[in-house]
Ligand binder design. Structure first.
Ligand SMILES: Nc1nc2c([nH]c(=O)n2[C@H]2C[C@H](O)[C@@H](COP(=O)(O)OP(=O)(O)OP(=O)(O)O)O2)c(=O)[nH]1
Length: 134
């Protein structure tokens, strides 16, 4: 049976309504696609704790976690990912790509120009819906 992993992703927005997008490196599983920074939930963690820990490990900064966005189950060839996304803001520090190939701040309306990890598409769509209804 395929393993299911619980993954938490941060939709980090800045003052200019840009979203921090992270490119998975060629060495990672699911290489060369864009994702929301974050990672796998560990035993006994709350989603907000996972997110703060992963963001500090991956980007070297702290965040303030805001409301939950989307909950997506996506079946990859080798694994089922249960992805929860949360809105967040940078609290302290400047995000740096410690593990990713690249980081970039992308305006909401340009998010669809990136090739996203398939599990992330519903969150990207929800962000665009918010723009259209603004
Ligand atoms: N962090 C993150 N992972 C995502 C997103 N969308 C998505 O499908 N994933 C997948 C990729 C991985 O299979 C898993 C997250 O694992 P991770 O970020 O801890 O990945 P990892 O490379 O350290 O772990 P591994 O899969 O190599 O064991 O979820 C996303 O937006 N953010």
């Amino acid at each position: 049976m395929k393993k299911t992993v619980r993954v938490i992703g941060a939709v980090i927005e800045d003052e200019q309504n840009r979203i921090l997008c992270a490119l998975r490196s060629p060495q990672m599983t699911l290489p060369n696609v864009w994702e929301f920074p974050g990672g796998k939930m560990e035993e006994g963690e709350k989603p907000e704790e996972t997110l703060s820990r992963e963001i500090f490990e991956e980007l070297g900064c702290t965040i303030k976690v805001d409301e939950k966005m989307e909950e997506v189950h996506y079946e990859y060839p080798d694994v089922i990912v249960h992805l929860l996304t949360y809105k967040a803001k940078i609290a302290e520090g400047e995000p740096k790509a410690k593990e990713h190939a690249e980081l970039k701040w992308v305006p909401l309306q340009d998010l669809t120009s990136l090739e996203w990890a398939p599990a992330d598409v519903p969150t990207v769509k929800a962000l665009l819906t918010n723009v259209l209804n603004a």
